[in-house]
Design a protein around this ligand. Structure first.
Ligand code: ADP
Ligand code: MG
Length: 465
């Protein structure tokens, strides 16, 4: 292992900062760099936590090279650098910090330092918007909502595990995180961990590679409420190792009366699991599904979202959107965002005909079509004015990296390719690079309307073919 096994990430970052100080203006240093920290480090890539999108853009555009160089010096080997926004008030506890209740740390086990790749797997943050208050309850989700509430009030006591399933975009992640928020409120010392099954597998793979499986297991098994999202990922990948590891973690938590909550795109019996015992364990608690909301519920959801955006839309507009987009709440929200963008850009309310036009792409985007990775790369290359070969090649300047990230995002959204298959297609990049690219675009999509329009345009162009 080339990287330092002893220095803490704070020390490493302090070292890098003291170097960086001579490369940047005092304003940049005081205004941006002083508020940053190392959020994650897996041995190859350092994720720098920055307080807001502005700081991230500023530092990325002007100082990424300097930051990479100084970190390389501080760590003693070259690294990749990514920036991620961690708003101060909701920022995660960096994963190398001890948990809030030290009593739950097994004796003799030291917290991972930056030298340990296992510190790369802090639980993901809960999205502050995904609360019970923001969740519209209706027939399509009443049972799952009630079960989630029950669990949050008495974790580990009833309904264990809680298994929530539905098609994409119907509220599994929202509900699961709402449960996490409520547990946090009621039991501030409880260790709540939200993790996608995909991250779980990635952490496991790096733990195996780096010989830190014991630390990996200990970290997971210290959790009081374990929220595991998109479990189908574990069933979909080849090889039994990740399924087994998941099964063991699940059993350990279950047997010590810790709460497990699982979200999946299919019910337990349809998951392609190799281990029958795991399947029956998954069915042992409560299995709740989320169905498509009816048109009234869709209107109510739109109303709530519009109110949150402080935009007043007429009932006609809400109904039109709710009628056109039936099967996916995420798409419904995308359409609403587009209408809100239209209003704030033009400062006028769209007519019904205009709304129809604005959301046409969204209504058609629901019909899934099969698009190939080369088609996606060609479309992105043409739209962003770069060459397809460069997207797939090793060059890393800003325009190319962005085009590559967009193409990777679309490959994941529009094709069935696994992370590994996408990485392979993109010049042999590994799955964590694919995941980072995907997450980066997904995050910008939520923040920056230009990105939303770009992706929307490319998607409808690709799916119309
Ligand atoms: P899934 O995990 O099932 O794919 P998500 O939880 O990500 O779906 O939900 C997609 C979007 O729809 C999110 O922005 C979420 O806030 C919203 N959403 C889903 N269900 C509801 C609901 N009942 N009330 C309000 N918003 C909802
Ligand atoms: Mg989800």
């Amino acid at each position: 292992m080339a990287h330092s096994a002893t220095a803490s990430s704070d020390e490493i970052w302090a070292r890098a900062l003291s170097q960086l100080r001579s490369h940047v203006s005092a304003a940049t240093y005081e205004g941006f760099l002083r508020q940053t920290f190392i959020a994650d480090y897996d041995g190859n890539t350092v994720v720098i936590g920055v307080p807001n999108a502005f700081a991230r853009d500023w530092l990325e555009r002007r100082h990424l090279g300097d930051i990479r160089d100084c970190l390389g010096v501080a760590l003693g080997h070259p690294v990749e650098v990514l920036m991620e926004v961690f708003p101060v008030e909701t920022g995660p506890v960096p994963s190398w910090l001890p948990p809030s209740s030290s009593a739950s740390t097994p004796q003799g086990e030291s917290e991972p330092s930056i030298g340990c790749p296992y510190d790369g797997f802090g639980a993901s943050r809960l999205n502050p918007r995904y609360t019970f208050e923001n969740f519209v309850v209706a027939d399509c989700n009443r049972f799952a909502h009630a079960a989630a509430m029950q669990v949050a009030k008495a974790p580990g006591e009833s309904y264990n595990p809680l298994f929530i399933h539905s098609k994409s975009g119907l509220g599994k992640t929202h509900l699961m995180q709402a449960l996490g928020h409520l547990v946090h409120q009621r039991f501030p010392h409880a260790q709540v961990m939200y993790v996608s099954a995909e991250d779980f597998v990635n952490h496991m793979i790096s733990a195996i590679r780096e010989n830190t499986v014991d630390a990996f297991r200990a970290r997971y098994r210290r959790v009081d409420v374990w929220l595991v999202d998109d479990i189908q990922f574990i069933a979909a990948i080849e090889g039994p190792a990740s399924e087994e590891e998941f099964f063991h973690t699940f059993n350990t938590l279950y047997e010590t009366n810790k709460q497990v909550v699982i979200a999946s795109d299919a019910p337990p019996r349809s998951l392609r699991l190799m281990n029958e015992r795991l399947r029956s364990r998954l069915e042992m608690g409560i299995v709740a599904d989320l169905r498509c909301p009816d048109v009234e519920t869709r209107v109510a959801i739109l109303e709530k979202k519009a109110a949150a955006e402080r935009i007043e839309l007429s009932r006609d507009v809400l109904e039109l959107v709710a009628k056109r987009i039936e099967s996916n709440i995420r798409v419904l929200e995308g359409a609403l965002t587009k209408i809100c963008a239209y209003i704030s850009l033009t400062d006028q309310m769209p007519s019904l005909a205009q709304v129809e036009e604005l959301i046409a792409d969204y209504s058609s985007a629901i019909n899934e079509s099969h698009v190939s990775m080369p088609e996606i790369v060609d479309a992105v290359a043409e739209r962003l004015g770069v060459s397809p070969d460069d997207i797939l090649g090793p060059k890393r300047h800003k325009e190319l990296s962005w085009a590559r990230q967009v193409a990777i995002y679309l490959c994941r959204e529009l094709t069935d390719g696994s992370l590994a298959a996408i990485g392979h297609f993109f010049g042999g990049r590994d799955h964590s690079t694919v995941l980072h690219s995907y997450n980066k675009v997904a995050e910008l999509l939520a923040e920056d309307r230009r990105v939303l329009f770009l992706i929307n345009e490319l998607k409808s162009q690709l799916t119309a073919q």
